[in-house]
Design a protein around this ligand. Structure first.
Ligand SMILES: Nc1nc2c(ncn2[C@@H]2O[C@H](COP(=O)(O)OP(=O)(O)OP(=O)(O)O)[C@@H](O)[C@H]2O)c(=O)[nH]1
Ligand SMILES: Nc1nc2c(ncn2[C@@H]2O[C@H](COP(=O)(O)OP(=O)(O)OP(=O)(O)O)[C@@H](O)[C@H]2O)c(=O)[nH]1
Length: 433
């Protein structure tokens, strides 16, 4: 089961501030790429050795107070159903409001772990004021200051102790999932690929009730579809449809080996898609981009190229990703899409023999060594691929701490030029030897 933390609470209590703090801490530690777009609503975070996804449920722009509060209540219900842990954030300065009380009432019916996070406790003199929130009857309270970070460590220690280990069912077959915003054509694609069969397959229940695993075995291809496309929840508020589908997407993504990110050609790649892309990238999943509804685009011989460039521009720095233009309606390139996803699956499992790796990479490094720092030369001695589910390389050298980001990028590009890793994130480490 995916570990998802949802931060709920009324506006202005500081949800986004905590979210930024949690997701940035990971960025500083493990995210090797700089210049990555900051994920606004959901991101990957890490505490001690546990990795998890954080969702910030704020950010409504609603026209009436009623709709607004209904939307928040609905979000809390979705969070209870879909998240593993809920952080209910309140504000020590304002105390308990009516909306806080309503949210607490919904949360009291939840079976999921709920943490009351009392924010804006910037100094110890405010700690006494926090005690009022015991009145919710939801157990322990955690006083924090999202602004300074104080108290967040204790909170996270407690939160991660409620995570379950991610158990992923494995029958050795590639696991693909199709993700994308509502209405891009996900269900249509699965239906088109399965043909009549979809109606007769008995869905193999996934490890959780979050997804359906469909065994595909036709036209010489065998794999598993992690399908969430059929699972839809009726929500009254537009933003919540998105919120719900994001939750489902995160879970499907964590179970899959390769993520097929489907776009609508008429809309292009939007920020929500870029978020999903980065989520897949950070989870080290293989990625294929499908530009669907290509039939609707007025095109000439340059359109596809221009479209591709536009997309890659937004995906930087990880642009070595296949892009396939499909029309599910006219069955154009739908098998190509599957074949490409299976290629990416192969690339993700690729192991380069150490001798070959050194034969190729050492001369490149010799010709273009890492820049010397403070008069010290960096000597790379050898490289090896580490045994892992996605490509990971260790370069052994005398002064690993002197290797800077641009040089890592250079090395990654050379690996990609010489060995096909199309569609897969690569991790590169420099180690002391
Ligand atoms: N003093 C103090 N102010 C804080 C703290 N955390 C957040 N704030 C401030 O509270 C205000 C609201 O913070 P946000 O993080 O935007 O709140 P939110 O809950 O995400 O709000 P919505 O996006 O509207 O749902 C901002 O002005 C923050 O600077 C804190 O720990 N202490
Ligand atoms: N013109 C055109 N329409 C398409 C294509 N693929 C799907 N559609 C239409 O787009 C609409 C949405 O398709 P769905 O397959 O339901 O999309 P979905 O991504 O599963 O949508 P949600 O279930 O809301 O997430 C339907 O009316 C489809 O007929 C395509 O390639 N071209």
């Amino acid at each position: 089961m995916a570990n998802i933390i949802a931060i709920v609470g009324r506006p202005n209590v500081g949800k986004s501030t905590l979210f930024n703090r949690l997701t940035e801490s990971r960025k500083a530690i493990v995210d090797d790429f700089s210049g990555v777009t900051r994920d606004r609503h959901y991101g990957v975070a890490e505490w001690t050795d546990k990795q998890f996804t954080v969702i910030d449920t704020g950010g409504y722009v609603a026209n009436s107070e009623d709709v607004f509060e209904a939307a928040i209540r609905e979000q809390v219900v979705i969070a209870i159903e879909e998240a593993s842990v809920i952080l209910f954030m309140v504000d020590v300065i304002t105390g308990i409001t009516d909306l806080d009380d309503e949210i607490a009432q919904i949360l009291r019916r939840s079976k999921k772990p709920v943490f009351i996070v009392v924010n804006k406790v910037d100094n110890t003199s405010l700690e006494n004021d926090a005690a009022v929130f015991y009145g919710f009857g939801l157990g322990e309270i955690y006083s924090i200051s999202s602004m300074t970070g104080s108290g967040t460590g204790d909170l996270l220690d407690e939160v991660i102790s409620h995570f379950e280990d991610v158990v992923i069912e494995d029958n050795g077959l590639p696991k693909l999932t199709i993700v994308g915003r509502p209405n891009v054509g996900k269900s249509s694609l699965i239906n088109a690929l399965m043909g009549q069969e979809r109606n007769i397959v008995t869905p193999i229940a996934g490890t959780t009730r979050d997804s359906i695993h469909i065994h595909y075995n036709q036209f010489g291809h065998e794999f598993m579809f992690i399908d969430t496309a059929g699972l839809r929840k009726k929500t009254k508020v537009k933003e919540n449809i998105e919120f719900y589908s994001v939750m489902r997407t995160i879970k499907a993504l964590e179970e899959a080996d390769v993520v097929i990110l489907m776009l609508d050609a008429m809309e292009g790649l939007e920020s929500q898609d870029v978020n999903i892309f980065h989520l897949a990238e950070k989870n080290k999943k293989g990625i294929v981009i499908l530009v669907n509804k290509w039939d609707l685009v007025e095109k000439d011989n340059k359109t596809m190229k221009a479209f591709e460039e536009q997309i890659r521009q937004k995906l930087q720095p990880f642009t070595d990703v296949p892009i396939v233009f499909t029309s599910v309606i006219s069955k154009q390139r739908i098998f190509k899409a599957v074949e490409t996803a299976l290629e990416v699956y192969k690339n993700r499992g690729k192991k380069i023999p150490t001798s070959k790796l050194n034969d190729v990479m050492l001369p490149i490094i010799e010709n273009y060594p890492p820049p010397a720092l403070k008069g010290k030369y960096i000597k790379v001695k050898y490289v090896t691929q580490i045994n892992a589910t996605s490509p990971m390389f260790a370069f052994f050298c005398n002064l690993p701490q002197y290797i800077k980001e641009p040089y890592k990028r250079f090395i990654e590009n050379k690996l990609r030029e010489n060995f096909d890793f199309n569609g897969v994130p690569i991790q590169i480490y420099f180690r002391q030897k």
